[in-house]
Design a protein around this ligand. Structure first.
Ligand code: HSE
Length: 297
């Protein structure tokens, strides 16, 4: 039996659509072992698919298939602290759990780079899967076959406040809302900001982050799908956020603040209450620089 610990991830970081992502200290745990039959259960209240369409199983099976190893079944137990379909990388966590778990059980036939590629192939884009595996803040480019990536560790006194709505937003719905074509000037707007983001975060040039997180490719189309999304974004800046953006495909809004901004969560809670958004949660998170870890008994 092995235990796999996979971090939540926050993708896009505003302008870096399908390219930038970072890992935070909120985790899913997956326990896995080979078995004569497949049995998949949840260790908490989360409903998980119990058949062979389960994403952890699908991803693990892919590793077995690629290695030409027959797989009778897997016993999988999942503890999902990462909220599902909220823009915090829950599906990427399942993919990474399956790939890393199977790779570990088979004696690590695949390198880290190969796992990064496989994960991007399953997910379709690398901006959650790569930091879920590696931790830190990751810039990745996927050409449809291979991912080119750079991981950087963030050792800064920052909090990442995830403001998590009480409804789901499917990635496919949020992607369907995006335009098919964009103007040249909009492309320049975004690429310059995406390039600015990680350099500014890592060098502590926080005064750049608000500009760097601005984006005109996806957030303007997605923010109307988040009840009071615009009002929440405005409130995060009013109360001292360095940078705020829709996390991945949403609906979570992420705000990056100084660690000594002691009143941020209280102020945002009051704002949510003003809009009667009593079901929205606020989680105070930090960067995870480790990425996915495997423990054996
Ligand atoms: N980059 C992706 C998106 C992240 O914004 O659609 C969600 O999977």
């Amino acid at each position: 039996m092995i235990k796999i610990k996979i971090p939540a991830t926050s993708a896009n970081l505003g302008a870096g659509f399908d390219s930038l992502g970072l890992a935070v200290n909120l985790y899913n745990y997956v326990y896995m072992e080979e078995s004569d039959t497949t049995l998949i259960t949840s260790l908490d209240q989360t409903e998980v698919p119990s058949g062979e369409d389960n994403l952890v199983f699908v991803s693990a099976k892919k590793v077995y298939d690629l290695c030409g190893k027959p797989l009778k079944g897997l016993r999988i137990r999942q503890k999902n602290d990462i909220p599902m379909t909220r823009g915090l990388g829950s599906s990427s966590a399942c993919i990474i759990a399956g790939l890393v778990g199977a790779n570990h059980m088979l004696g690590k036939p695949f390198s880290v780079d190969e796992l990064v590629d496989l994960a991007a192939e399953i997910e379709g884009h690398p901006d959650n899967t790569t930091p879920a595996l590696l931790g830190g803040i990751v810039t990745s480019v996927y050409d449809g076959k291979e991912v080119r990536w750079v991981k950087q560790e963030v050792h800064r006194d920052l909090f990442f406040y995830a403001i998590i709505p009480d409804f789901e937003l499917k990635t496919e719905t949020a992607r369907a809302a995006l335009p098919q074509k964009i103007d040249f000037k909009d492309a320049v707007f975004n690429l310059s900001r995406a390039a600015l983001f990680s350099a500014s975060l890592l060098q502590g040039k926080y005064e750049n982050l608000r500009v760097a997180a601005d984006d005109c490719l996806q957030q303007p189309y997605r923010i109307p799908m988040i009840k009071c999304g615009k009002e929440i974004l405005d409130a995060t800046y009013k109360f001292g956020s360095y940078a705020s953006y829709i996390s991945g495909a949403g609906p979570t809004i992420m705000a990056i603040t100084a660690e000594d901004n002691h009143f941020f969560a209280m102020n945002i809670r009051e704002t949510l209450d003003q809009y009667k958004l009593y079901g929205y949660r606020i989680m105070q998170l930090s960067i995870d620089n480790c990425g996915t870890q495997v423990f054996s008994d």
